[in-house]
Design a binder for this molecule. Sequence first.
Ligand SMILES: CCCCCCCC/C=C\C/C=C/C(=O)SCCNC(=O)CCNC(=O)[C@H](O)C(C)(C)COP(=O)(O)OP(=O)(O)OC[C@H]1O[C@@H](n2cnc3c(N)ncnc32)[C@H](O)[C@@H]1OP(=O)(O)O
Ligand code: FAD
Length: 673
Amino acid sequence: MPIKLKGEVNPDLNNERKKCSFNVEEMARWYHGGEKKLAEKRQRETLFLDDPDLQDDIPTSYMSHKEIYEYGVGKACKIFTKIRALQEEGKGGVDNFMAILGGMLGSGVLKEGNPMAVHFVMFLPTILGQGTTEQQVEWLGRAWSMNILGTYAQTELGHGTFIRGLETTATYDPKTEEFILNSPTITSYKWWPGGLGHTSNYAIVVAQLYTKGQCHGIHPFIVQLRDEETWAPIKGKSVEIGEIGPKLGMKGVNNGFLGFDNVRIPRKNMLMKNAKVLEDGTYIKAPSSVLTYGTMMFVRVVIIRDMANYLSKAVTIATRYSAVRRQSPIDPAKPEVQVIDHVTQQYKVFPNIAKVIIFQLTADYIWNLYNQVTSELDKGQLERLPELHAISCCLKAVITQDASNGVEQLRMACGGHGYMEASNLPNTYGMVTAACTYEGENTILLLQTARYLMKSWSQALVGDALVPTVEYLRDAIKKRSNKWDPSITGIIKALQLVAANKIRLAYEHVENRKKLGYSHEDATNLSSIELAQSADAHCRAFLVQSAYEMTRDLESTVSTSLATVLRQFIELYAVETCMKYIGDLFRFSGLTEDGVQELQQRLEDLLTKIRPNAVGFVDGFDIPDKILSSALGAYDGNVYERLFLEAKKSPLNQDPIPKAFELHMKPFMRSNL
Ligand SMILES: CCCCCCCC/C=C\C/C=C/C(=O)SCCNC(=O)CCNC(=O)[C@H](O)C(C)(C)COP(=O)(O)OP(=O)(O)OC[C@H]1O[C@@H](n2cnc3c(N)ncnc32)[C@H](O)[C@@H]1OP(=O)(O)O
Ligand SMILES: Cc1cc2nc3c(=O)[nH]c(=O)nc-3n(C[C@H](O)[C@H](O)[C@H](O)COP(=O)(O)OP(=O)(O)OC[C@H]3O[C@@H](n4cnc5c(N)ncnc54)[C@H](O)[C@@H]3O)c2cc1C
C-alpha cells in the first residue's frame, strides 16, 4: 500500500481542539508578548521556513560528519545573507538574530546547531562589553556584517571551570608593543569553542596576561586565526587549529581546538575597557576583576529563554502524540483509550507544559534585571552585580537541568517512537543537555549562588539590609517553623522556609567545621552537597514566587477563560514542586500527612482539569511543523504516515537487497554447510 499523508487532521486531535475552553489565538498572543510580537514572529517564520533555499532535502541523520558540517555552514551563510538583506530593508533588529540563533526558529532551520552562533552570542557581545570605544569602532562594523567571523576561546583541554587556572599566556613585549601568545602545555590548548574548528578567522582568546615579568590573571584578546583571503591558519605552524570530533549532540557546531606558538598580536588587540596595558607595559587594574566574566553572564541569561523554547517544542510533540496514540483500554469492556487519558501519562506531560510557562516568565524577569544592572555598570555602579550573578547562576543551572530532564521524560512518554530521530526528541535532548555543561557546569553555578547565599545569611543574622531576591531570609531568621498553608502564597512561604533552613544548615556546617580546625575552603568543600542543595532550594522558591508575582494582574490582561487555565498550570508547577521536595517540607515547613494527602489530591485534580485543554494549550505555543520537525508532533497528527514516510528515506531502503548480503552474510551463512 503506498503511504501518503491524508490531507486531513487526525480525528482525535480534532476532538481535542473542539474541547478547548479558551481562545488559542489569545494564548499565542499572551505567550509571545502581544499581538505585534506574535505577528512579527509569524512573519519571520514564514520568511525563513518557506524559503525554497532553506528546505532540508535529505535528513541530516543520513549525512556523514563532514557533510553535516558543510551543509550547516552552507545553510548558515544563506540564513545570514537573508538577515543582511532584511537589515538593508530596515527590517533588522535584535529579535531577528535572537530568533535565528535560538532553539525555536534557529533549531527549525539548522537542526544540528549553527556553527556561527558563538560569533553573535559571544564574540560580538565581548567586544561590545569589554572593548573601548576605539576597539568597538575598529571591530564591530566588520563583525556585525560578518566580514570577519569570530568565536570565544576560553576553555582549554585542562580547564573549563576554574578559569583562573587557564594556561594560555599573553606576554607583553614593550619593544614591539605586542603581546606574544603561547600554549605552553598540551592542557593549555583551547578546546571546545563553537565554530573554532573551521568556521572562524578571529577569536576572543582568554589568556593569562604577563607584563614586566608579572602575571595579572586572565584577560581577553582579539586574535586573528586564519587569513581573511585564503582561510589558511595564520603564519604557518604558529597557530594549530582544528575541530574536536563527534559529540553527543550539536553536531553541526564545529567546536574546535587551538594552540599558539609565539603568535604576536598588536597591543591594541587586548580588550581594554576594564583593565589596560600601557605602551611601556604598565598594567592598570579594572574596577572589578569579574567584569571579564561579563559575556558568560549574558549567555547564562539568554539560555533561560532558549530552554523554554526547546522544552515547548518537546512538550508540543509529546502532548499531540499522546492524544493521537491509542493504547490499552482502561475499562476492559471499552476500546483502547488515547494514552493521554492514562493519568501517569498526564503526570509525565502536563508538569512539563507548566515548566514552559514558568521558564518563559522567568526569562522575561531575568532579561529585565540583566538590562537594568548592565546599564548601571555602564555608569560605574557595580552594587547589584553580585545579586544578578547569584540569581542568573542558579537559574541557568536549575532550568537547564529541568529542561533536559523534561525532554528526556517526554521522549520516554512517546514510547518506542520517541526514540526515533524522526520524533526530533533525541536531537532536542542533545541540544538541551549540552546547556547543563556549557557556560558554567551546573554544580559549579549552584556553588556560586551558594557562596552568595552564605554571605546573605551572615548579613541577615546581624540584621543588615538584604536585596529583594534574598529578603525572605530575614523572616526565616525570626521564624523557623510554620503552620502549613496550602494557598499559593503559603506554598511560596513554605518553599522559602525550606530554602532558608537549608541555607542556615549549610552555613552552620561550614562554621562548625571551621571551629574543628578546617580552613574555610576545606569546610566549604566538605559542606558542598548541602551548599549546592541550598542554592537549588533557593532557586525553586524563587521560580514559584516570581511566576506568581509576574501573573498577579493576569485577569486584567487576558480573558477569564485563559487566565483560569494559566493559573491551573502555575498551581500545578507549585504543587509538583512541593511533591518533589516533600521530605524538605516535612522537615522545615510544618507540612503534615494530611497536608501531603491534600497536595496529592490537588495534583490529581489539576491534571483532570488540564486534560481537556492540553492540546489547545500547546497549540497556543504556536510552533510551526517545520520547527517541530517531528513525525509525532505535527499539527495534523498523521503520526503513522509520517513515521513511514521518514523510514522510507533511509538509504538502506533504496535497494531491496543490501550489499552486505553478497559481501558478508551469504559467505558466512554458508561457511558451515
Ligand atoms: C538566542 C541565544 C541562544 C543561546 C544559545 C547559546 C549557544 C551557544 C552554545 C554554547 C556556547 C558556550 C560557551 C561557553 O561555554 S564559554 C565558556 C564558559 N565557561 C564558564 O562558564 C566557566 C565557569 N567558571 C566560572 O565562571 C568561574 O571560573 C567561576 C565563577 C566558577 C569561579 O571563578 P573564580 O575566578 O575562581 O572566582 P571566585 O569563585 O574566586 O569568585 C570571585 C568573585 O567573583 C564572583 N563572580 C564569579 N563570576 C562572576 C560573574 N560572571 N559575574 C559577577 N561576579 C562573578 C564570585 O561570586 C566571587 O564573588 P565574591 O564572593 O564576592 O568574592
Ligand atoms: C556543547 C559545548 C559547547 C561549548 N562551547 C564553548 C565555547 O564556545 N567556548 C568556550 O570557551 N568553551 C565552550 N565550552 C566549554 C564549557 O564551557 C566547559 O566544558 C564547561 O565550562 C565545563 O568545564 P569543564 O569541561 O572543565 O568541566 P570540569 O570542571 O572538568 O567538570 C568535571 C566535573 O568536575 C566538577 N568540578 C569541577 N570543579 C569543581 C569545583 N570547584 N567544585 C565542585 N565540583 C567541581 C564538575 O561539577 C563536574 O562534575 C563548551 C562546552 C560544550 C559541552
